[in-house]
Design a protein around this ligand. Structure first.
Ligand SMILES: NC(=O)C1=CN([C@@H]2O[C@H](COP(=O)(O)OP(=O)(O)OC[C@H]3O[C@@H](n4cnc5c(N)ncnc54)[C@H](O)[C@@H]3O)[C@@H](O)[C@H]2O)C=CC1
Ligand SMILES: O=C(O)C1=N[C@H](C(=O)O)C[C@H](O)C1
Length: 233
């Protein structure tokens, strides 16, 4: 498979290693902020760029009929527009806030736990996400995915980064040098605490999931998620 890497930073370089190991070719690497690259000789594009660049990169793939895997976070206000454009162009698109198998299992644990806790308002819920200091967005895309599931079954109106907003689900975003990604959900009452936590040890799990998604999507049309790839949830 010929892969175009839209974004060749920490994730692009990790994906390259895993893709080569799985006998794929990297036929394009976009390393900096430009839209003047050519989408030629590519079976699938994988976008791990920046919040500001993601929509233009995805749109360019639709216009060139290239399936696109999107791992970039921080652009989700435009997600519905991108899905509509994909359908209009008869394109192929998959976004995941987190491609790792472990986090996708964690998403299912979070869903199950939130359903179990639905009628127990004596528990206050909070979340914490920790990432490296180069991360541009907060909260993390993964934290938003977790929060959106919790909100379906909780007393909270929306998620917030502001601890003073007591009626909302507080996400505490911490930035610590070199941390690849840690997410925790805490249910706290006066008598006990229930916590679930996922800790990434490096970026290999994210990268492997993105390559597996790219392998899976070639030849398909439409809008997909990691649930389709992993057949869970
Ligand atoms: N969904 C997932 O599983 C994961 C998502 N991410 C997300 O992926 C994104 C990238 O993460 P990192 O690789 O750690 O960041 P990074 O900062 O190391 O790399 C981003 C790269 O994109 C390049 N870039 C800037 N403008 C561009 C453009 N217009 N087109 C193409 N490339 C452009 C930058 O020069 C840089 O090399 C972030 O949004 C991050 O949150 C990161 C890890 C896992
Ligand atoms: O920026 C990162 O590094 C990560 N971003 C993703 C997110 O925002 O959830 C996934 C992972 O946690 C690493």
């Amino acid at each position: 498979m010929k892969i175009g890497l839209l974004g060749y930073g920490k994730m692009g370089k990790t994906i390259e290693q895993i893709a080569l190991h799985r006998q794929h070719d990297i036929t394009l690497k976009v390393e900096k902020d430009t839209d003047s690259y050519a989408l030629e000789n590519i079976d699938v594009a994988i976008d791990f760029s920046t919040p500001d660049a993601a929509v233009a990169n995805i749109t360019k793939c639709f216009n060139h009929n290239i399936p696109v895997i999107s791992g970039t976070t921080g652009w989700l206000d435009h997600y519905d527009d991108v899905v509509a454009l994909c359908k209009e162009k008869n394109g192929t698109f998959l976004y995941a806030s987190n491609f790792s198998l472990g986090v996708n299992i964690f998403f299912e644990l979070n869903k199950t736990l939130s359903k179990l806790m639905k009628n127990l308002p004596e528990y206050d819920i909070s979340m914490e996400e920790i990432h490296h200091t180069e991360k541009l967005d907060a909260p993390s895309g993964t934290a938003i995915t977790l929060a959106e599931e919790i909100l379906k079954n909780s007393k909270y109106g929306s998620w917030t980064l502001d601890a003073a907003k007591l009626n909302d689900l507080h996400i505490h975003s911490k930035r610590i040098d070199k941390v690849p990604g840690t997410h925790q959900v805490v249910y706290n009452s006066s008598v006990d605490t229930i916590e679930i936590k996922h800790t990434a040890h490096n970026r290999d799990g994210f990268a492997l999931g993105a390559v597996i998604a790219a392998e899976w999507i070639v030849g398909k049309k439409g809008v997909f998620s990691m649930k389709d790839v992993l057949n869970i949830g």
